[in-house]
Design a protein around this ligand. Sequence first.
Ligand code: FPP
Length: 247
Amino acid sequence: MLKSLVQQDPRIPRHVAIVMDGNGRWAKRRFMPRIFGHKHGVDALVRTVQACADRGIEYLTVFAFSSENWKRPNDEVSGLMSLVLVAVSKYLTKLEKEGVRIRIVGDRNAVSERVRSAWQQAENATAHNTRITLSVAFNYGGRWDIVQACRRALALGLRPEELDEARLNQFMALSHAPDPDLFIRTGGEMRISNFLLWQAAYSELVFTDCLWPEFGEAELDAALRSYASRERRFGGVPDAQPQALQA
Ligand code: FPP
């Protein structure tokens, strides 16, 4: 049966977004450098993609490197950049075989040619896949995204009256995905940290103390249970009949 004809269970989110926080603390507790935590964070990410796909989640978007992460010590920034190359060479074949389509969202201009081409390789090798779309936000910021979308709209010469929410959304970095239904942040902090500011307007938020390298099926299922218990109203009220537009 065509995927689009399969009835989607509304208790399962179509799109999950995750701020993968807590790698540094996880490493520190083991008297290891922060990059050790990020390495284990990649393994947690691969586990989570698999678990999401198994549960029928169609889109997973993760915050891997924010526009603000350049402020970190040089060795951590260069370690994270090298990790991209390691992660692509270690996991790309596996993810491709499992039906994962990889998309990179963020400002590619500031990253090195080697990192850019590793991301390009990951996107090209998985472009035909349809089981789950993994969007990796890298050198991404929610404010950057809104500004770049406005700039692209202006560059096309759109008139102010031609721009509405749906049109602007076409220029946003995640225009290939529906808005995230569920937004998870690990690591115990309760903030959005400039991730998906536009797209998360009506996302259900789940914050967990679990540090990202320890995130797995049990934590994902706990977040999904919480999501399934929420009443989503999108600004309306329960059981309201849609009002006819007044002339
Ligand atoms: C936040 O934890 C995590 C990051 C800034 C990086 C997240 C990156 C990964 C999980 C690796 C994914 C990489 C690729 C190549 C896909 P933190 O360092 O702020 O942790 P802390 O709050 O404990 O200090």
